[in-house]
Design a protein around this ligand. Structure first.
Ligand SMILES: [Zn+2]
Ligand SMILES: [Zn+2]
Length: 230
């Protein structure tokens, strides 16, 4: 059994409710941070924040967002583990990470061409099949900052979908059980792509959004959006 809490879009603002929640829920083993940890810097905040989360007795794994500056992966790796373009087995789950976002109108630091996102996420997920064997955990969690295109998780206020077509395509091809994403602050949601993939965007940390995943035995899991102030 593995309990994971995912939060996103911190933008340099801590939320005391997170620390209280972790202290009251000691069975949570891992906190995943889905990017936009800072608000275009400073990088010092990464160490301060991750250390405070880790002090609640959890492991911390993070990916960068498009609003994090250059050097963000090093800053994360100094105090925890940067999952960007990386795969790691964690308890009964296997985590695939990809930070940054497809292009936005705001010309932020962590943007890249959507074709490039597609190729890199494809390679990441394809690698899992390569190492697959019966001993490997079966709950595949794709951890991205950008949400997949045309879902509940990528809808901005005017109703337009602005997520990544490349991430959507990869999900269709590899059918991970879960995609955790952030980036679109107003699109806090839990929805489904096809029959296979739960897509969860916790919204901004300051709004108390989080995703709780309880992986039961390597193939069954529960997933919920929770509020850290409850
Ligand atoms: Zn953000
Ligand atoms: Zn973002």
């Amino acid at each position: 059994m593995t309990k994971i809490l995912a939060i996103s879009d911190v933008h340099g603002q801590e939320n005391e409710n997170l620390y209280t929640y972790l202290k009251n829920n000691e069975d949570i083993e891992l906190v995943l941070i889905l990017g936009d940890i800072t608000d275009f810097g400073p990088l010092d905040f990464v160490e301060t924040f991750i250390n405070k989360v880790a002090d609640c007795g959890v492991d911390v794994i993070a990916i960068p967002g498009n609003c994090d500056p250059n050097g963000i992966c090093n800053a994360i790796n100094d105090v925890s583990f940067c999952l960007h373009n990386n795969i790691i087995a964690y308890g009964d789950a296997i985590l695939f990470g990809f930070g940054g976002s497809n292009p936005t109108p705001f010309d932020t630091p962590g943007e890249m061409d959507d074709d490039k996102i597609y190729r890199q996420v494809y390679d990441l997920l394809a690698n899992y099949d390569y190492v697959y064997n019966a001993e490997v955990p079966k709950v595949k969690i794709l951890v991205t900052h950008a949400p997949p295109f045309n879902t509940e998780a990528d809808r901005v206020e005017n109703g337009e979908h602005v997520g990544s077509p490349g991430i959507l395509k990869s999900i269709h091809e590899f059918e991970p059980q879960i995609n955790l994403c952030g980036h679109i602050h107003e699109a806090k949601s839990l929805s489904k792509i096809g029959k296979t993939t739960d897509v969860a965007n916790p919204g901004m940390l300051r709004d108390n959004g989080a995703v709780l995943i309880d992986v039961k035995d390597g193939s069954n899991y529960d997933i919920d959006i929770i509020s850290l102030d409850e």
